[in-house]
Design a protein around this ligand. Structure first.
Ligand code: PLP
Length: 375
C-alpha cells in the first residue's frame, strides 16, 4: 500500500487563508460566531476551525473516519471509555497501563458501579477468558509503558469483534506514524497529543479517532463533560503535525541505534525495545508497527541510576516523552512511585530501570553522552 503519510501530515485538515490567501491555516481564537447561515460554532462543541483542522489531520494519519481533539490525553481516554460504559457494565484492561489511566480506572470506575478485570496481555487468550455477558469495552496499550511490552492488536480486535465488544487502544507510544490500529480492527484510537503529536514538549492535548457512528456518541458526551482544548493549542498542534513523520522516523532510527549500543555494554542490564530481535514479541511488533518500532526504550543501569542521570549532559531528566529533545526518567521516582515494590517487580520495573524518550539529535552524540555518564 502506498504510504502517503508525509503528504497527509502536511496537507490533510490544513486549509489556507480565504481572506489573504496565505499558505497556512489562520489562528481563529473566536469563541463567539454568527449562528445565522452556518452551523453553531463554539469551542466546547469541538467544531471551531483550529480544533477541526488538528482533528482531521490526526484522523487522516490514523486512517480513521473522524477525529476529536481534547484538552489532554486523559480527557480523551476517559471520555472515550465512559461514553460506552454505564452502571453494571464490565470492561477489560491489559496490565502495564499508563499510570494516569490505571489510577483513573481503579479510583473512578468502582464509584460509578462499573467493574473491570485487568489481564496479562502477553497471551491474547487472556482477554477471551475475561469476557463476561456485561463486558462492553476492551482496552489495550502497546508498546506499553515503561517496559515496551507488545500486545497483539489484531488478535485482541478479533476476539472482541466476535462478541460485539468495543475495542480501544492507547496509541501514544507508537504514534500514528508507526502503528495504525484501525487497520487491524480496533474501534477507537486514543492519543496523548502532549507526546509525539505535539512533539516539542510545550503543550498538552489529546485525541480520539474512530468511525463517524461511534464519534457521534463520543461527541455528545464530550459536549456534556467539557474537555475541549483552546484554539492556540490546536493551531500549534496542526503546525507540529506537519513534521511528525520526519521527527518520528528519526526517533525510530536513533532508538534502534541506541538499543543496539546498550545491548553491547557490560554496564547495562536488561534493554527493552521492540525493535531488538530478541524482544519476546519482535515478530508481532514487526507486523503491527510497519512504520518503525518507535522512539521509546528502557534499560537498566547496573550501578546507581541517579548518579547516571546526574552525569548526563545532553539527555535531560524529565517526566514527559515524545519531544524532539531526548529525555530520560526513572519510573520508580515518577510514573510508578505510587506502586508498592512488589507491584513494580511484578511488571518488571526494577529500581534502576530508566525510560528513555529518544529525540531527533545525532544518535552518535546521544550514545557518547550515555558512555560518559556510565564512566
Ligand atoms: C502522557 C500519556 C497519557 C496521558 O496524557 P496527558 O496528555 O498527560 O493527559 C496517556 N497515555 C500515555 C501512554 C501517555 O504517555
Amino acid at each position: 500500500m502506498k504510504d502517503s503519510k508525509l503528504t497527509l501530515s502536511v496537507h490533510s485538515g490544513s486549509h489556507g487563508d480565504p481572506q489573504y490567501k496565505g499558505a497556512v491555516t489562520p489562528l481563529y481564537p473566536s469563541s463567539a460566531y454568527d449562528y445565522e447561515g452556518q452551523a453553531i460554532l463554539y469551542p466546547r462543541y469541538y467544531n471551531t476551525p483550529n480544533l477541526k483542522a488538528a482533528a482531521v489531520k490526526v484522523a487522516a494519519l490514523e486512517h480513521g473516519e473522524a477525529g476529536l481533539m481534547f484538552s489532554s490525553g486523559m480527557s480523551a481516554i476517559v471520555t472515550g471509555l465512559i461514553t460506552f460504559l454505564k452502571e453494571g457494565d464490565h470492561v477489560i484492561f491489559q496490565s502495564d497501563l499508563y499510570g494516569g489511566t490505571y489510577y483513573s480506572v481503579i479510583t473512578e470506575l468502582p464509584r460509578l458501579g462499573i467493574s473491570y478485570t485487568i489481564v496479562d496481555a502477553s497471551d491474547s487468550q487472556n482477554f477471551a477468558k475475561a469476557i463476561k455477558p456485561e463486558t462492553k469495552v476492551i482496552y489495550i496499550e502497546t508498546p506499553s509503558n515503561p517496559t515496551l511490552k507488545i500486545t497483539d492488536i489484531k488478535a485482541v480486535a478479533d476476539i472482541a469483534k466476535a462478541k460485539g465488544i468495543i475495542t480501544m487502544i492507547d496509541n501514544t507510544f507508537a504514534s500514528p506514524v508507526n502503528q495504525n490500529p484501525i487497520n487491524l480492527g480496533i474501534d477507537i484510537v486514543a492519543h496523548s497529543g502532549t507526546k509525539y503529536i505535539g512533539g516539542h514538549s510545550d503543550l498538552c492535548c489529546g485525541f480520539l479517532v474512530t468511525t463517524h457512528a461511534l464519534m457521534e456518541k463520543i461527541l455528545s458526551k464530550a459536549i456534556n463533560w467539557g474537555g475541549s482544548p483552546d484554539a492556540n493549542t490546536a493551531w500549534l498542534v496542526e503546525r507540529s503535525l506537519k513534521t511528525i513523520v520526519l521527527r518520528v522516523r528519526q526517533q525510530n532510527e536513533n532508538a534502534l541505534a541506541i538499543a543496539n549500543f546498550l545491548k553491547t555494554d557490560s554496564r547495562i542490564g536488561n534493554v527493552f525495545y521492540p525493535g531488538l530481535e530478541d524482544h519476546p514479541n519482535y515478530a508481532t511488533a514487526k507486523t503491527q508497527m510497519p512504520g518503525g518500532f518507535g522512539g521509546m526504550l528502557s534499560f537498566e543501569v547496573k550501578n546507581d541510576a541517579l548518579a547516571f542521570t546526574n552525569k548526563l549532559k545532553l539527555i535531560k531528566r524529565a517526566l514527559s516523552l515524545g519531544g524532539v529533545e531526548s529525555t530520560i526518567c526513572s519510573p520508580l521516582k515518577t510514573s510508578h512511585s505510587k506502586m508498592t515494590a512488589a507491584e513494580r517487580a511484578a511488571i518488571g520495573v526494577s529500581d534502576n530501570l530508566l525510560r528513555f524518550s529518544v529525540g531527533i539529535e545525532e544518535a552518535e552524540d546521544l550514545i557518547d553522552d550515555i558512555k560518559q555518564a556510565l564512566g
